[in-house]
Write a protein that binds this ligand. Structure first.
Ligand SMILES: [Zn+2]
Length: 121
């Protein structure tokens, strides 16, 4: 990412939800108000141990957009909500558009095919 000027001279982008601590502009990260948080039905749940007990925790995927201090543009972040911070990944806006188009193409192709059982030999 390229860097731009001081944070106090850079206004929030229109997609930012605001709510920043103006006393610490260098810590400012713009967060999109539009996010997608969902539990993919095909994803396996995780098992978490707390106080000698095991709990099943469904996988929740968060898709959002952020732009950090002095970053020239936003990034799209996809992260498994239940994991430690930083275990997701970021993509550029161009990559997000490519993935989005391909997901739509694959879904349309899958829906257009006749439903039939697959038999193993
Ligand atoms: Zn902002």
């Amino acid at each position: 990412m390229a860097w731009v000027g001081a944070p106090e001279t850079v206004a929030c982008p229109p997609w930012c939800g605001g709510g920043h601590d103006e006393a610490h502009p260098v810590d400012r990260v713009h967060w999109s108000t539009g996010t997608l948080l969902f539990e993919p039905v095909l994803a396996d749940a995780e098992f978490v141990r707390v106080d000698e007990k095991t709990f099943e925790q469904p996988l929740r995927l968060l898709v959002t957009m952020t732009q950090g201090y002095r970053e020239l543009g936003p990034r799209v972040t996809m992260v498994h909500e239940n994991t430690e911070h930083g275990k997701g990944f970021d993509v550029t806006l161009t990559e997000a558009e490519q993935v989005g188009r391909e997901l739509l193409r694959l879904a349309a192709e899958g829906r257009a095919a006749p439903v039939q059982a697959v038999h193993r030999q």
